[in-house]
Design a protein around this ligand. Structure first.
Ligand code: BGC
Length: 743
């Protein structure tokens, strides 16, 4: 359906040939961002001009005063030591004939040199902080007579100080609008590898949405606050008339505290601050070499009285296209859905991050794994994940271990179950959602290496015992003072060992590359699991045993889980690992009503609790703000973490009933088996797939349910246990629920 775009993904990435040299400033510029300069003039009419460019750091390139592209925060974030994306810009229209052309490239520390992560000291982090800043560029101009002139980065380029006096991922930016670069020096040649340079693989990062403030107000503590009414990731554009030297200084925050004052302790070591020194007159500016996650600004310095029209929040994220839409008769549910979409936008800035605000903003593998299915229904993320998975494979350790974060900025830490399994689960989900075998092909070796890693490091054959794991991270059944739920770590590790092995076997089958011995390995893990774990003690243990089909007694286990949830007061106790599968397990074994009760519950812990507390994105903790108004903690408490938003894939697949059929990946044929519930009068869900659109709507009136289903591909519609094999078209069904209490 989208030929050009997807042909690009399939294109083999070739190592690029370069005539250019890496160049860098000839001195240590400390925190000041350098700007590189090249000027030239051209006498002939240019037919086509292309700039190939990348940098060690985030760059902004301007030709004759205009940005060369809408791509911001280029070159994005990859495993820089092995893979650095190069951008190609068509600059034909920006070139001036018979006049001087001036190209400037300003470079900030970006992900390349910022001290990330914020809370740990490590040798690797120190190494990265010391890396040089540099650029490499080639500019090709072909004139109307067909001859080509090439300008490449070399010693004849110049550099100087830019107006960006400081820029860094966590701490923010300082910009002096009065500053003009007066001293230009010849750039130095930098000895840096070129075989790491690859074509742009991911989506471009773009400015996507503009959000105006809802209000500006003074807090009880006397602070001036700008409230955008929505948490976004990006930066704030300022527009004002000022005198040279006047200072604007503000900090970003997600929440107000219980007294209504600005709060940002949860940003931990990230200063998230902007300082702008004005020039004379009317001016518009925003940071361009960093980003923040925020809803509020606290104005520390501002000339005169701030007015809402002087501020615009610009949401910046990868150029992913929305493919899923869900609307319902329930306002709370609609807000939850909006929050999930926002958390995805806010955390899909080139890599899938845990959160966009505190001193992390890292590609946590567990979070990505938990949310990958939801992500792939909400937006078209094939391109996005293709690139990230290539980084995962590039960063995979020699023993097959997969880091906790990709790009691997924590190489000194141990892989964890359910986090490292992203290596297998993410490519498999891409294949199911988009039906493209290429991603499986590309990742197959990495998938196998991950399973082999477990087989090597375990203390007990056919189980995964030992090691350091995150367990059921943030599970509510955690013992006091711990972040890890009570589910046994070895239990979770072995369950994922089985799951990943099963998916690896399936991938081998799809690719026509069956792996000898892995089917047996899967059977052995299953057997060992059953022997070692005859009983389950937590909701998450039940959920995994049922969802991964590890128990022989599926229905019995589901009955016991349902009883456990009832005894727990119709509350979930699950964390990152159990939550994504919880509602599936309930609705697959006859407990739809319970699944809906959990989905629509408003008291904590629940999805709608945060909604009732005014959330505009998904919280890291079920009770990030507790009922008494206190924060869950000062430390690990993000209000923009998409993990629990994974519930949205249950809405697509179970509530609306839109499912991929494994033998028809990419929705070449779709199964539609809705699970309506009259707690919600109506629900409408649509999904744009590689094979066309699917729309599923149901509405409940008294004991009649009406279904309207439209498909653009062959479908299997299952209503009341009856299967209808249909072709593309629109279909209407009614069903009469005889036992309303079960529904
Ligand atoms: C992150 C998580 C992540 C976790 C692993 C946290 O600090 O924010 O989302 O998965 O660490 O323990």
């Amino acid at each position: 359906m989208f030929p050009d775009r997807y042909a690009m993904i399939q294109k083999e990435m070739t190592v690029m040939e370069w005539k250019a040299n890496w160049i860098c400033p000839a001195e240590d510029m400390k925190d000041i961002c350098p700007v590189f300069l090249k000027s030239w003039s051209i006498k002939k009419e240019i037919k086509h001009a292309e700039l190939r460019l990348t940098a060690l750091g985030i760059y902004e390139a301007n030709l004759n005063g205009q940005r060369v592209s809408k791509y911001v925060l280029a070159p994005g974030w990859t495993t820089y030591d092995k893979r650095l994306q190069v951008q190609r810009y068509d600059i034909t229209n920006l070139i001036r004939k018979d006049k001087e052309n001036i190209l400037t490239i300003t470079v900030g520390k970006g992900w390349f040199r910022s001290p990330m992560p914020g809370w740990v000291e490590s040798l690797d982090k120190n190494r990265r902080k010391e890396q040089p800043c540099g650029i490499i560029a080639e500019l090709r101009m072909t004139d109307t007579e067909g001859s080509t002139e090439i300008i490449v980065t070399d010693k004849d380029w110049q550099y100087g100080e830019s107006a960006v006096r400081f820029s860094e991922i966590y701490d923010g930016e300082i910009f002096d609008a009065r500053f003009e670069t007066k001293r230009w020096n010849p750039a130095a040649i930098l000895n840096w590898p070129k075989d790491i340079l690859i074509e742009q693989e991911g989506e471009e990062i773009r400015e996507q949405e503009r959000v105006s403030p809802k209000s500006i107000f003074i807090t009880p503590a006397g602070e001036t606050i700008v409230d955008f009414g929505q948490e976004v990731t990006g930066y704030v554009e300022l527009s004002l008339c000022a005198n040279a030297g006047e200072i604007i200084r503000f900090q970003h925050g997600e929440m107000l505290n219980r007294s209504g004052n600005f709060y940002r302790d949860n940003y931990r070591n990230a200063k998230a601050e902007v300082i702008y020194i004005c020039r004379d007159g009317v001016q518009t500016w925003h940071p361009s070499l960093t980003f923040f996650g925020f809803r509020y600004l606290k104005l520390l310095d501002f000339p005169g009285t701030a007015r809402t029209e002087q501020f615009t929040a610009i949401a910046v994220y990868s150029d992913i296209r929305q493919t899923g839409h869900i609307r319902s008769a329930d306002a709370g549910l609609n807000r939850l859905i909006s929050n999930i979409f926002w958390s995805q936008r806010d955390n899909f800035l080139d890599v899938p991050t845990d959160c966009p605000q505190r001193d992390e903003r890292l590609g946590w593998t567990g979070d990505a794994q938990v949310f990958v299915k939801a992500a792939s229904y909400n937006f078209d993320v094939e391109h996005f994940f293709t690139k990230w998975l290539h980084d995962l494979a590039a960063d995979q350790r020699p023993d097959g271990g997969v880091s906790q974060v990709i790009p691997d900025y924590m190489p000194e830490t141990e892989p964890s179950a359910a986090w490292g399994d992203a290596a297998v689960i993410c490519p498999w989900q891409m294949y199911l959602t988009y039906g493209n075998k290429k991603i499986l092909e590309a990742q197959f070796d990495s998938m196998k290496k991950w399973v082999d890693y477990i087989t090597e490091v375990t203390h007990d054959k056919n189980l995964w015992t030992g090691g350091n794991h995150f367990g059921d991270w943030l599970g509510l059944d955690a013992p006091p003072g711990s972040y890890k739920g009570s589910s046994r770590e070895d239990f979770i590790a072995t369950a994922f060992y089985a799951h990943s092995t099963e998916l690896l076997v399936k991938a081998g089958r799809v690719l026509g590359k069956p792996l000898p011995g892995y089917k047996e390995l899967y059977c052995n893990i299953l057997k060992a699991f059953r022997e070692r774990y005859p009983e389950y003690y937590t909701q998450t243990e039940y959920v995994l045993a049922i969802y991964f089909k590890l128990t022989e007694h599926l229905q019995e286990a589901a009955d016991a889980l349902a009883r456990m949830i009832e005894i727990d007061g119709i509350q979930m106790r699950t964390g990152f690992v159990g939550t994504p599968y919880l509602l599936y397990v309930l609705s697959d074994y006859g407990y739809d009503a319970l699944a809906y009760k959990l989905l629509l519950r408003k008291e904590p812990p629940s999805w709608l609790y945060s909604v009732s507390m005014g959330a505009t994105t998904i919280w890291e903790h079920w009770d990030g703000i507790m009922e008494n108004g206190d924060f869950w903690s000062e430390d690990m408490n993000s209000f923009n973490h998409y993990a629990y938003g994974s519930v949205i894939d249950w809405i697509y697949e179970k509530a609306a009933g839109i499912q991929t059929i494994e033998n028809y990946p990419g929705f070449a044929k779709v199964r539609i088996m809705p699970h309506p519930n009259r707690r919600i009068p109506w629900l409408e869900t649509s999904l744009e797939t590689r094979h066309g659109l699917v729309n599923s709507k149901w509405s409940c009136q008294e004991d009649i349910i009406r279904y309207e289903i439209t498909v653009q591909m062959p479908a299997q519609i299952v209503i009341d246990g009856q299967t209808h094999e249909v072709g593309p078209g629109s279909y209407l069904f009614w069903s009469h629920q005889k036992k309303p209490e079960a529904f």
